[in-house]
Design a protein around this ligand. Structure first.
Ligand SMILES: [Cu+2]
Length: 267
């Protein structure tokens, strides 16, 4: 039923303006308030001629994949001390939900409004969690690309964007690997929207990144080591083919697509 409502909502949707922010943490299907466990972003200063801040102060995406903001969002590390820490047993299902209206007009939409792959990441805090800048090692713990075949049937076959699993969804849940070493972590979500820049729209500057980070304390017996680990920024290079392409064009074949590295760490 929820899928059906979402499909009708999207019948008139304009993708170029469909920005969003993952503002809620979910633990075991419990949804927590905006920013309670998520590091709040710095607001965008409205600059209409640059296409910035038009849809509320928090929802503008990142276009620069070389900035430390790629870890947790615009200025998020300033807000570590104001972010609570959720306690989660390793092996538990957690998730992120989109929050904050994406529009200032009457057309308020709180869903992932773009095509592209999603991923979830962990980085163990070096020092205190509230002061940790995310400049240590990260592992990817989950990834989502194509919509489940059965669920896909509830959306129009001609709307290729619904091939992508997160498109038009409110939330995404995944599992913290059961053997994750106990400790304090930044839990990161990344949704990237591969798209070419539009010469006719100041709102479309090319591939967009939507990232948020939660503070979590993982309990459990541990038992596994992280492998492979990466640094952020450093995940992407200009022009790489799994990031810089048109994910909405009718001739794009999602079944032939492999999302960018690294591989998922399974615990
Ligand atoms: Cu957008």
């Amino acid at each position: 039923m929820r899928a059906f409502i979402t499909a009708s909502l999207f019948a008139t949707f304009r993708p170029a303006t469909s920005h969003y922010v993952f503002a809620h943490l979910i633990v075991n299907d419990t949804l927590f308030p905006e920013w309670q466990y998520i590091r709040k972003f710095d607001p965008v200063v409205k600059n209409e001629s640059a296409g910035e801040g038009l849809f509320g102060p928090y929802v503008d995406p990142l276009y620069n994949f070389t900035t430390p903001d790629l870890r947790c969002g615009r200025g998020a590390f300033h807000n570590g001390a104001d972010t609570e820490v959720a306690t989660v047993l390793a092996g538990t299902q957690v998730g992120f939900q989109v929050g904050l209206p994406s529009y200032e007009s009457d057309q308020k939409v709180e869903v992932v409004g773009h095509t592209g792959p999603g991923s979830a990441w962990l980085s163990k805090a070096e020092g205190t969690l509230e002061a940790y800048q995310g400049d240590g090692e990260w592992v990817k713990i989950a990834q989502i690309v194509a919509r489940d075949a059965e669920e896909r049937k509830s959306f129009p076959a001609s709307r290729k964007e619904f091939d992508w699993a997160l498109y038009a969804q409110h939330s995404w849940n995944f599992t913290i690997p059961a053997t994750t070493p106990p400790g304090e972590y930044v839990l990161r979500i990344e949704h990237l929207y591969p798209t070419p820049p539009s010469p006719t729209s100041i709102l479309n500057k090319g591939t967009q990144w939507y990232v948020s980070c939660a503070h979590i304390r993982i309990l459990g017996d541990g038992g596994a080591e992280f492998e492979p680990t990466v640094r952020i920024p450093g995940l992407y290079v200009e022009g790489q083919r799994d990031v810089f392409f048109d994910s909405r064009t009718a001739d794009f074949n999602l079944s032939a697509y492999t999302p960018p590295p690294p591989l998922v760490w399974a615990g």
